[in-house]
Design a protein around this ligand. Structure first.
Ligand SMILES: [Zn+2]
Length: 450
């Protein structure tokens, strides 16, 4: 086939990568990538407007707002031959890049095939544009250019541009990131999860067995009456969740995992799960210096340590520096200096202990809010006892202390020029020897080899 150059421009199948927001290295940020689905090449500009809107919609809800600096965001445009998506219930089929479709029963749940025709294309684009992206820790959002309401969570978020699509996107992120369950009670055949508990959905009614028990005031009745206004803003045990109006319970009267109105918010229990999910991916500290964790320091030397804190709103990450496991008073800044003179010769440790004291989390059994960086320090130092002159012209010398390498005994007659006499290692912190060459020098010193 011959191309008539200049007469037409072939539609670009992949429009490329657009960076929406960077806050740090991809390896220590939650990277979000928005993909276009059902946008024709003529609608590329529309996607360029929709992707940042979707990002801001996500970051407009807590706890994402507070943790905004923990995200990077990108957009990848892939042109579809036709606009929209398939609606099998309505007999509508459209030729789109990722072959998305609404479900045939409810015309709401949007999926793409987990094959080369769908997810495979998505993975190939990730490989091409964002090789550092990790599908098991980062977030893929497929924006479907269709006006009918719908979406899905799971390994990736899919959302259309139907009514309250921004809230649908945030709701689905609760499933994908926080592994949260649905708090609504309308039966939806095929989507019930019998016997499966979630951080925000349970069948347990005794306080000790409720996953969010630390959020429940002892005065709050369990189950919590739904028709009593005084409990609408507290955490309790409300019946109706997981597609069932009986036998399943949720933490709060309302939550984004239950309703997707523009004013809906995640309840405290769901916020906690999401902050733990963010902290699982984004550690509180990065750029630890020195980069090497095995260091040597001498008597008159000092070592400078530092860490960059990845702070949410409110600057809730704090650091405590410790030597040999003990906190150093006042050492709570991003930088710390260790004086060799403050340590006895021998092995030591320096630690930066970081913790996010966020109010979003009350229970952190896996320790995701804390981080410890440890450096191993060898404090080197030698002691040379005054040489003792023995009978027969011999001299007894003892060197003790701590060295990482060999120890050299040097002699001098004027304290200016030093001559290497003997080299040896310390055995259990000591080197004793008797030698005839020593008495010919007036002064001696022991030094470590570098
Ligand atoms: Zn919730």
């Amino acid at each position: 086939m011959a191309l008539a150059l200049g007469s037409w421009a072939p539609a670009r199948a992949e429009g490329g990568l657009e960076t929406l927001m960077t806050n740090g290295p991809c390896g220590n940020r939650l990277d979000v990538v928005f993909f276009s689905e059902g946008y024709t090449s003529a609608e590329c500009g529309q996607f360029s407007a929709d992707a940042p809107s979707a990002l801001e919609a996500l970051l407009a809800k807590q706890p994402y707002t507070a943790y905004r600096s923990h995200f990077n965001a990108f957009a990848v445009f892939a042109a579809s031959a036709q606009s929209g998506s398939d609606h099998p219930k309505l007999g509508i089929a459209r030729d789109t890049y990722f072959n998305s479709t609404y479900d045939p029963a409810g015309d709401y749940v949007i999926t793409i095939p987990e094959t080369a025709d769908g997810a495979g294309k998505l993975d190939a684009l990730l490989q091409q544009w964002l090789p550092a992206f990790q599908t098991n820790r980062d977030l893929v959002v497929v924006l479907v250019n269709d006006a009918a309401r719908g979406g899905s969570g799971g390994p990736r978020i899919i959302t259309s541009k139907g009514a309250t699509w921004e809230e649908v996107l945030v709701h689905e992120s609760g499933h994908t990131l926080g592994r949260l369950g649905d708090e609504y009670e309308e039966p939806t055949p095929g989507f019930e999860h019998p016997g499966l508990e979630f951080p925000n959905v349970t069948t347990n009614t005794t306080l000790a067995r409720i996953p969010w028990k630390v959020w429940i005031d002892p005065a709050t009745p369990l189950p919590t009456p739904e028709d009593d206004l005084q409990y609408w803003d507290v955490i309790g045990l409300f019946e109706g969740a997981n597609y069932s109006s009986t036998g399943w319970y949720r933490p709060k009267y309302d939550c984004l995992m239950r309703t997707t109105f523009s004013w809906s918010r995640f309840c405290e229990v769901c916020q906690e799960a999401l902050v733990l999910a963010i902290r699982e991916r984004v550690r509180p500290g990065e750029d630890f210096l020195p980069a090497s964790t095995n260091l040597v320091v001498g008597l008159g030397q000092r070592l400078a340590f530092s860490v960059a804190l990845v702070q949410p709103e409110g600057q809730t990450v704090r650091v405590q520096w410790c030597t040999n496991g003990m906190p150093v008073a006042g050492a709570t800044h991003a930088a710390f200096v260790l004086e060799g003179a403050a340590l006895a010769p021998g092995p030591h440790t320096v630690q930066a202990r970081l913790e996010d004291h966020t109010a979003f989390v009350r229970s952190d059994p896996a320790g995701r809010l804390s981080q410890v960086q440890t450096w191993h320090i060898e404090r080197i130092g030698l002691r040379l006892d005054p040489p003792r002159v023995l009978g027969g012209g011999d001299c007894y010398v003892r060197v003790s202390g701590h060295a990482t390498g060999e120890v050299v005994l040097e002699g001098s007659t004027d304290l200016a020029a030093w001559q290497r006499l003997l080299t040896n290692g310390l055995e259990e912190g000591e080197w004793r020897f008797t030698n005839r060459c020593v008495p010919s020098h007036g002064f001696f010193r022991a030094v470590t080899t570098p």
